[in-house]
Design a protein around this ligand. Structure first.
Ligand SMILES: Nc1ncnc2c1ncn2[C@@H]1O[C@H](COP(=O)(O)OP(=O)(O)O)[C@@H](O)[C@H]1O
Ligand SMILES: [Mg+2]
Length: 271
């Protein structure tokens, strides 16, 4: 279990600032949902956490140590699955295992890969199929299996279910919660990006709302340790409906502070 501190983080790809002064103190074992409108900088923040981009200012620390590039302690699941198309589902897992567990031989890796795929309830008939032969939901199960097979203490997920239908999406949300919950004493610290308020309410122990232009934290909500995760979240806490309206309000307020200008988005002059 690793804690993550984002301190006064700013970032720009070019002269336009994308993130400005982002601060987050994330306790080890939290399930953080980063919520915000499209284009506000969620993926950029995740890429910085992954070490794929370097901050223009500020720092990200894991257990007090500044991150310097990608690391095996931080696993990533993206919306587009990131599977190797020329490898079968089980080969995709096996190659990830090879990277992480140097002592396993090929037969052991193959066996463990199949175990991992079974754990995410992928039908065994699809273990030897290529990603292109699998449905979106199956591919994302495979990507999740791979992320959990490497067993990183920190897991970064960028809208992993955005392209899936509602039923598949709900099932995969439950799957991720079950996998996260299983290892109660060394729970992964998860950063899960979504633009869907209900998804954030379902999954998160902590919600951070990102505003836009530049991206910054405009709201934070921390649920207590007793938060019911998953589909039952709404049943467990009637107050969640009020929070839902509040979050939708905050996001809409952010959006209405923009207007279309010359085909681009520009912030209304502050009155
Ligand atoms: N490689 C890049 N070069 C320049 N600008 C980028 C690049 N990637 C993203 N952006 C810009 O950064 C902003 C935030 O993008 P992104 O982090 O993808 O937002 P989100 O994930 O919240 O939709 C957008 O305005 C986008 O156009
Ligand atoms: Mg994005």
């Amino acid at each position: 279990m690793l804690n993550v501190a984002v301190a006064n983080l700013s970032f720009a790809y070019d002269e336009t600032p994308i993130l400005a002064g982002v601060d987050m103190q994330v306790e080890a074992g939290s399930f953080v949902c980063l919520l915000g409108q499209s284009g506000c900088g969620k993926s950029t923040l995740l890429r910085l956490l992954a070490g794929l981009e370097k901050p223009s200012a500020g720092q990200i620390r894991v257990e007090g140590r500044p991150i310097a590039g990608p690391g095996l302690e931080r696993g990533v699941v993206f919306q587009d699955y990131g599977l190797f198309p020329w490898m079968s589902a089980s080969e995709n897992i096996a190659i990830a295992l090879k990277q992480k567990f140097k002592t396993l031989n090929a037969a052991e890796r193959r066996a463990l890969a199949r175990e991992r795929l079974a754990e995410v309830e992928l039908p065994s008939a699809s273990f030897d199929k290529f990603p292109g032969q699998l449905s979106g939901g199956m591919r994302q199960r495979c990507a999740i299996a791979r992320a959990f097979a490497i067993d990183p203490p920190i897991l970064l997920m960028d809208e992993p279910f955005a392209a899936l239908d509602a039923v598949t999406r709900a099932r995969l949300q439950e799957l991720v919660i079950a996998l996260w919950r299983k290892d109660a004493r060394r729970r992964k610290t998860v950063f899960f990006v979504t633009h869907d308020v209900d998804e954030a309410l379902t999954l998160a122990t902590d919600i951070y709302v990102l505003g836009q232009s530049p991206g910054r934290i405009v709201h934070r909500h921390s649920f207590g340790r007793d938060k019911v995760l998953g589909r039952d979240a709404f049943r467990g806490d009637p107050g969640l409906f009020a929070l839902r309206s509040q979050l939708i309000g905050i996001i809409n307020e952010e959006v209405s502070a923009f207007r279309i200008l010359d085909g681009g988005l520009a912030r209304e002059a502050a009155e």
